[in-house]
Design a protein around this ligand. Structure first.
Ligand code: CTP
Ligand code: MG
Length: 250
């Protein structure tokens, strides 16, 4: 939480309006339970547990706003220490983030954090915000890639093999100076993540170490992994990885 002399307002925007086509469940992905709680709730509680977020704005499917507010319960009350607002997301992820930005004119800094990264350790969220507050305008967590990556043309012919040692797989939360993210979205460019928009806008982006637990639950295999991790949390002799998970879900 902010100290008395700190006038910054860190607002976490949580895109949670996707359909989850690749997951293939019967409900939108953010509502799919993992260890008994929907991803939306797990991601929100991880942000609250980080202790570095002042306000959370969830972008939910337009037809499920009431359901989202019920799931978030007291966290959506104005009196909650970290107030949670729910707004309608849009057809594309960028539309959902744009709706969140519009709902937070008070933000001096934004975190944009996928609901689908439901097991993200709060400590990693705090590291992103610490880097932002040290003056970095754009901060993203990333991990070295394990596989060799190749570019290919439309026929599947390899066109290049970039040096793997300089590649990073980028996660969320991605942190931004508030005005920088507003300006990048207002410029109307296209990118596959928020940092890409800011890069296209000409800003410098720093990568800090990510965390394997911040993986995005995208496919049925990812969902099995996430559910297994939360189930094993409660088995005797658990390892440190499950100790970390406790801070997210308890
Ligand atoms: N998202 C969103 N609005 C959209 C699309 C995606 O808020 N129109 C959110 C998702 O809810 C998710 C995050 O963006 O938390 C990352 O997107 P992704 O993992 O691709 O989720 P989905 O779009 O739901 O999945 P799929 O692409 O398989 O349909
Ligand atoms: Mg998607």
């Amino acid at each position: 939480m902010n100290q008395l002399h700190d006038t910054s307002r860190v607002v976490a925007l949580v895109p949670a309006a996707g359909r989850g086509v690749r997951l293939g469940e019967s409900m939108p992905k953010a509502f799919v339970p993992v260890g008994g709680s929907p991803m939306l709730t797990l991601a929100t509680d991880g942000l609250i547990a980080s202790g570095v977020v002042d306000h959370i704005v969830i972008a939910a499917p337009a037809e499920l706003l009431d359901e989202a507010r019920i799931l978030l319960g007291h966290r959506a009350e104005p009196a909650c220490p970290v107030p949670v607002s729910v707004v309608a997301g849009g057809a594309e992820r960028t539309d959902s983030v744009r709706a969140g930005i519009a709902a937070a004119p008070q933000a001096t800094h934004f975190l944009v954090h996928d609901a689908a990264r439901a097991l993200t350790p709060p400590s990693m969220i705090a590291r992103v915000v610490a880097e932002l507050k040290s003056g970095c305008p754009a901060v993203v967590p990333g991990l070295p890639v394990a596989d060799t990556i190749k570019s290919v043309d439309a026929d599947g012919e390899v066109t290049g093999t970039p040096d793997r040692s300089v590649l990073r797989a980028i996660q969320t939360p991605q942190g931004f100076d508030g005005q920088l993210l507003r300006d990048a979205y207002a410029a109307g460019m296209h990118a596959t993540d928020d940092a890409g928009l800011v890069e296209a806008f000409g800003a410098r982006v720093r990568v800090i170490p990510g965390d394997p637990l911040a993986f995005k639950i995208t496919t049925p295999l990812d969902l099995r992994l996430a559910r297994t991790l939360l189930a094993e949390r409660d088995t005797p002799g658990r390892t440190e990885i499950f100790e970390q998970l406790n801070t997210v879900t308890r």
